[in-house]
Design a protein around this ligand. Sequence first.
Ligand SMILES: [Ca+2]
Length: 610
Amino acid sequence: MKISLLSLVMCLMALPAVAGESTLKPNFIVINIDDLGYADIGPFGSTLNRTPNLDRMAREGRKLTSFYAAPVCSPSRAALMTGCYPKRALPIPHVLFPASETGLAPGEITVAEVLKAAGYATAIVGKWHLGDQPEFLPNRQGFDLHFGLPYSNDMGPAEDGVKSDLGKPLPPTKGKGQPPLPLLRNGQVVKRVLPDDQQALVELYTTESVRYIAAHKSAPFFLYLAHNAVHFPIYPGKEWVGRSTNGLYSDWVEEVDWSVGKVLDALRENGLADRSLVIFTSDNGGTQRAVNRPLRGFKGSTWEGGMRVPTIAWWPGRIPAGTASDAISGMFDLLPTFAALAGGKVPGDRKLDGANIWPLLAGEPNAKPVHEVFYYYRGLQLEAVRDLEWKLVLPALLTNAPAKKAANAAAQAPRGPQLFNLKTDVGETSDVAAQYPDIVARLERLVAQMKDDLGTAGLTAGSRPLGRVANPQPLIPYDVKPKTGAAGASAPTPTAFPAPLTNVAASTSGHGLVRFDRPMCTTTREGWPRGVDVTQPGAKQFPGWPVTVDQGVNPGRNPVAWLPEVEAPADITPPVVQVLDERKEEGVTEAPRFLIERINHANDPDETHP
Ligand SMILES: [Ca+2]
């Protein structure tokens, strides 16, 4: 009690100074939608979805038509938080999963920490996805408040409706699956998310955000509203189901638009519109449900449709209304930009890739491009580079084809890079590499310049270490008995393969790595393929098994699955690989062969040399 009183007195004493400063400092609101397509909203050309609030936001603000996120969620959010290319701050091949031992390193300095140090109140309402262990959660990364999901809304068990859209039959439970999906408030589980909760998320987040704005109108704040919509599974709010004429996905996009309207209204009603910068964006390109027109490709790829996201900047009186900019910008620019506007301090002890884009947002005449060059990474792989209007697509992207085409692709001769002019061919349809060898060479030199920094593949000198904890636990424990292999009555009959175990005997601890010998991936209707389940049958159950291999960003590639820490390598028995139902529907019945390899942490902490 004494401590509380003391704190209260100290807060009261501090108030006048903070309030005095606040009149000069703008508020920042980032509204980040999950998986929204480039042309899913009116200002970016949607003819399917009605988005009157975003239409108004664009009329009053500035569209950023060449704003880059990342191909998938966690890397994109890492860029937003740290001002860096994802590979620098969170070098992972894909996304983080529940109870992962890795996350954004606690030593990374986030935009929330930068703004907090500059006197801001900070909140994240919605999806985090940068690690779900206590060490990695938002309250440890500069946020005073977190209310929302720790990761994507599909990261839970099928029986809770998180592997199927609203009203669709539940898919059969396969293996142990994922732990129940939690809704968190400041690191504490509020509840297990069931279908009704999924449907309520947009409204819950909006209400929380509106309340937060009203409560903080007298001091500067940073509000990061990260909707779980419109990521699979699709769960529009009850009042929104059937409201659009285009099905559940459109219903949900239109609900998101309503949410944006409520937030902007709250700023107006609280007299904050003229000192609040709002950025509306999406964390990656749309899935095949979305419309990314006129861009090529979808979420998970480094084609423009995978990474270029519909973005609007709004600050009445400061950002010119009804304008647009096609200059290169991206998630990693938000930290340096907010820091500059807030009088905050950009971390000086580490490399950042973003820059202050305020001149671009303000529409300053004759503003030079902040970025002339942009590198397109998918996980750890460099797949393209852009230099103003020219984009060089590297062979790594060209061979990243769906599995159905992989056989044909493999038969072709090795390809050289392709060159596209994004100014005249934003859809990346016409390779003009042969016409412009000098430009190809110039862009290849840009690739070479990255060699000693983030490189082209694998972990390189420019990547900082991941955060890592021992013995990660799910936020809500599993409450279902694992259904592995033949033990699960309803599970499909697995196909056993004698697995050659290599490099096992010499290792004492570390991680298993399963390497498959062929692509096991096609694109499902969701655009998020599921490949195979790897389960550990028999008496020896290791924490974290089975592992689902989700290779959504590796179509056509030989998938790799990371296995959890196993203390007694000699006890590994050959796993069972089973082809999931989705694959059977596509006529795939043969499981892949695989190897288990060992990594010795003592010698190889970055796990690059299995
Ligand atoms: Ca996403």
